[in-house]
Design a protein around this ligand. Structure first.
Ligand code: SF4
Length: 288
């Protein structure tokens, strides 16, 4: 019922006047509790049902209004709320892989190649299967392409990826003495490795401060109205301008599960989203 009413409210995009007067969490919960306290008294007052309904609807409408009022965007509050929200979901695959002991640049980069256009639920077990059989670049380079393909098989384009991983392992052994250097140019010189994988590897395995923008980070930050960019690469450059450096690595870890479970590609769950008041919902024409 509440969701239906919300459809009639236009988001307030740039109204700084209204933003200044937007309620904080305490005011919002006070209004809600006033409404709940008032309802029984209205019933007992003997007012005609129609009058009671109008009064209650007005109260309810006011509460909905307060909830949909837009506040000035605050990246610190938004990320703090999302950090709490995603605790219930599985960690993003590359961070999970590092937690499981595969945190070297080689492991991260090879796993990122496997993850391209493949769901985390498929790519993470595939990477672990490969590393259990061949835990080092030397061991992977000794495997045939067919064997690598067999190990990572459920992932999409597994034959091409197997070829790229074998090539990566062989070059790491022959050109870098078995240790992949923490270098963006070197990483992106391998087949199947783009800026997203290189930056994610640099962030997780090398402790570098880099932003990795995948489709989730791109979609969510643009829906917020925090950046306005047509592609993930342009989003990455915009985030480098605007996002405080302390969030550069963490933003991927937060927005991958958030984008998978809350701010989904189609029908995002705006009605239960913890950052609705801050989000301009750019391009969202329908939601749950
Ligand atoms: S779910 Fe809706 S309100 Fe939440 S971030 Fe996505 S578009 Fe914004």
């Amino acid at each position: 019922m509440v969701q239906d009413r919300r459809a009639h409210f236009q988001p307030v995009y740039e109204s700084s006047q209204r933003d200044r007067h937007a309620p904080d969490d305490e005011q919002l919960s006070r209004s809600t509790s006033v409404y709940h306290r008032a309802s029984p008294w209205l019933v007992m007052s003997g007012l005609p049902y129609d009058v009671w309904t109008i009064l209650c609807t007005d109260w309810q409408q006011m509460v909905v209004n307060l909830r949909t009022e837009k506040r000035p965007f605050n990246i610190h509050t938004v990320l703090r709320r999302i950090r709490l929200e995603v605790k219930q979901f599985a960690d993003a695959a590359m961070f999970d892989l590092a937690e499981q002991g595969y945190a070297t640049p080689f492991h991260q980069l090879a796993a990122c190649i496997i993850s391209v256009r493949t769901r985390d639920e498929v790519s993470l077990p595939a990477a672990i299967r490969l590393f259990k059989v061949a835990p080092t670049p030397e061991a992977v380079s000794r495997l045939g392409v067919e064997r690598i393909a067999e190990l990572i098989r459920p992932s999409s384009f597994y034959e091409t990826k197997a070829y790229n991983i074998r090539d990566l392992a062989a070059r790491v052994v022959s050109e870098y003495g078995g240790e992949l250097p923490c270098d963006f140019e070197v990483m992106t010189s391998f087949r199947g490795v783009g800026p997203k994988c290189a930056n994610l590897t640099l962030g997780i395995a090398c402790g570098a401060t880099e932003i990795s923008v995948d489709i989730h980070v791109h979609r969510v930050t643009n829906r917020w109205g925090f950046v306005r960019a047509p592609t993930p690469e342009v989003t990455r450059r915009a985030l480098e301008e605007q996002l405080p450096r302390k969030y550069w690595v963490e933003i991927n870890r937060l927005l991958v599960p958030f984008g998978k479970h809350v701010c989904t590609g189609t029908l995002p769950k705006c009605s239960v989203c913890p950052v609705l008041e801050y989000c301009r919902q750019v391009g969202v024409t329908a939601h749950r």
